[in-house]
Design a protein around this ligand. Structure first.
Ligand SMILES: [Zn+2]
Length: 335
């Protein structure tokens, strides 16, 4: 019985065993022949829900890995989006909690990713980075992986400091520090690169395989965030991230986008602090209309906006004439 509980080999084994229930089983905490396991472990492969047909195999698609934010009651993952090109997932925006599982369910292959971009490093946008890397150790990826994220601003950690504190040799997961070395036993190096989180000028620092990434600094309450844009041919997809957009910088990046993925965290009547952190529906609509987009996808949905979709749609409909979609995990949209 339990034939798939063989002891794995190499770096993958070390990573897999670290912190896993299997470590207990192998070290005598629980014997794999324990009759209590017989009821739960079978010879059948895991019955996972993988839907490789959600996105088409030709053209450009945006898939929602996480349509939620940080609450524990909506059954949606935290922020995460994939851009698919001709059947391959090429760019991952954000790695919020649950996005690693949704990535598996989407049928995406981690080896196909050419870049990861973080809008910010709050938990609901970044928590799954260790999970992605631990899983990637078993995949034999060969190509280095650039990960882009914000720079240090006052008391907010930039990407390099954050990854060092979390995944450095003295960090919380020191066994993953190896991924940040050119001699990584995982087969590829993770290359953190910071994008300036201040100023009004767009960053246009990455292009590969006909896919271009750009970003602009935005305001998010007293802090900052980054809006990201992915361009493939004549398709442009802008991800607003979390922003009150008081400085109106997102408009510069979004101009001419086909799709706007907007964070719908607050309702129209929001006042005070929350309005400085997020755009209400009318502002998202205005942004989409001015960008001349054909589709506005409302994601990063929260308890404040859930149940008010009709109201949000009404507000948006008076200002934006394109398609308005309320996102759910794993939905895939083409322009
Ligand atoms: Zn957020």
């Amino acid at each position: 019985m339990a034939s798939f509980l063989r002891r794995p080999q190499g770096l993958g084994a070390a990573l897999l065993l670290a912190g896993s229930a299997l470590a207990n089983a192998q070290s005598g905490g629980m014997n794999v022949d324990d009759p209590r396991l017989a009821r739960t472990v079978t010879e059948r492969p895991f019955e996972v829900m993988i839907d490789r047909r959600a996105c088409g195999t030709r053209g450009v698609y945006v898939q929602v890995l996480g349509a939620g934010a940080d609450d524990l009651e909506d059954a949606q993952a935290g922020s995460g989006y994939l851009v698919w090109v001709d059947g391959k997932a090429r760019v991952l925006i954000d790695m919020g909690p649950g996005s690693a599982l949704r990535f598996e369910e989407s049928g995406a292959d981690f080896k196909d990713l050419i870049a990861v971009a973080f809008s910010q490093l709050h938990v609901e946008h970044s928590a799954d980075l260790p999970a992605f890397l631990q899983g990637a150790a078993l995949l034999r990826r060969k190509e280095d992986l650039p990960i882009f994220g914000p720079s240090d601003v006052e008391k907010t950690l930039g990407l390099k400091t954050w990854t060092r504190r979390l995944l450095g040799p003295n960090g919380a997961y020191p066994h993953l520090a190896d991924f940040f070395s050119p001699f990584s036993q995982g087969g590829f190096e993770v290359l953190p690169e910071e994008v300036n989180s201040t100023g009004r000028k767009p960053w246009r620092g990455f292009r590969r395989d006909g896919i271009a990434l750009s970003a602009i600094a935005t305001d998010h309450g007293p802090g900052t965030s980054l809006a990201w844009r992915v361009d493939v041919g004549d398709v442009g997809i802008t991800f607003t991230g979390d922003t009150g957009n008081r400085r109106q910088t997102v408009k510069t990046l979004a101009e001419g986008s086909t799709i706007i993925v907007g964070h719908h965290a607050v309702p129209e009547n929001v006042r005070g602090f929350a309005r400085d952190e997020h755009m209400p529906p009318s502002q998202l609509a205005k942004l989409a209309e001015e960008a001349d987009a054909t589709m506005l996808i409302l994601s990063h949905r929260t308890p404040r906006t859930r149940g008010r979709e009709l109201q949000s749609r009404r507000e948006i409909g008076t200002l934006f004439k394109g398609a308005v979609l309320f996102a759910n995990d794993l939905e895939c949209w083409e322009p």
